[in-house]
Design a protein around this ligand. Sequence first.
Ligand code: ZN
Length: 461
Amino acid sequence: MTPLFDPLFFSAVALDVLACARFSPEAIEVRQRFRLAKLVGAAARGSLLYSERLPKSPELLPLRALPIIDKRELMDRFDDWVVDSRLNLADLRTFVAQPQRIAEPYLNTYLVWESSGTGHQPGLFVQDARALAVYDALEALRRSVPRVVQRWMDPLLVTERIAFVGAIGGHFASVVSMQRLCRASPWLAHSFRFFSILEPMDVLMAQLNEFAPTVLATYPTMAVLIADAAARGALRCRPKEVWCGGETLSCSARHRVESALDCTLLNSYGASEFLSIGWECRHGQMHANTDWLILEPIDERGRPTPPGEASHSTLLTNLANHVQPLIRYDLGDQIMIHPDPCACGVTLPVITVKGRRDDPLIMDGRGAQVVTLLPLALTTVLEDEAGVFDFQLCQRDARTLVLRLSLFGAQGEDAADRCRKALLSFAEVQGLAPISILIELGQDLPRGNSGKAQRIVAMRP
Ligand SMILES: [Zn+2]
């Protein structure tokens, strides 16, 4: 048996996960409180870093009385953060530098993955069998099923051909967890195939045409590129389902993928810090798994953002992982918790994910003041108004933006015109001083190590 699977604990968690989605919010809160007290106790006893940072008797205090902690502080003191003294950053970095060891049990006990390193050093996350059982149960039991008859006849996905298109050369959460599934369930190994986003587009399309997947799992930006390839005839197969995650999915990107591929798109919200934060119900709403995590939307000063308002960032408390405790961890994502329950009957709260907190662009205004452009606004302008999805917008100085597009030729020129118009009119409305927009066509757009596109890049001091 694989050391990364605890069947007894998994069964108990699975039953609870099934029942909990229909429990009252109060019953879910009781579970949260119980699991939080256990987590905080484990952190105070086992983690040197938390024993210093947490107040006395933290189990008795409300969550809001506990300190906020960010990735930089945790990663800087990694060896003091983790509760198992056999774990240390230097050895783990050596481990994740070896691609042939993806999804290999570390110390025969842990599954390890890294996150991309935008802004500072990459994060490293260690999960034990108990945390994995929680992620497994949430992933398996909380998702809407677009093809009910198909799933009923083939619950184990044996007849599916699932193409994962992503960054497959590194120890990233998505590929590690899928490779682990294949190692643990040999029948799945035949259903899954892994494709690298680093391949040139025509090579990738040829590979997909040959495999003819029934399910495509990838990032939203990549799904749009594949949908465009289908529209121009380069992709001949038509997957029935597209599973997206890892980046923000806009309405226009969803529409583009669903209409070009004639498929159902299932979006999910996860992070290296918690694999399965949210899932889409049959009403198309994103429910947060608040029986196993706590999300606190906050404003710029760390104060709680009320339901119905978009946050500046979000604090995550992971109730499943006691090895590497995350309590009020600044996730950097902007979310909104909906005030009303969903009509589907699931009582878990509905959230809208507004996106990762990229660097905002600080530009010169028409007067003496500066104007801040939010990355979410800029991507929305380019996607919704200019209809361009594969781009990178970089700030060169306080009055110059460089827009890189993968398109070229006449198509590229058209897209460049639309983008320039959309950006200039947005700049005008925002009160910017006259700006220059330089457009570079036919660019190979950089993605982070983890394969996620970095689309808005501020000028570095
Ligand atoms: Zn719902």
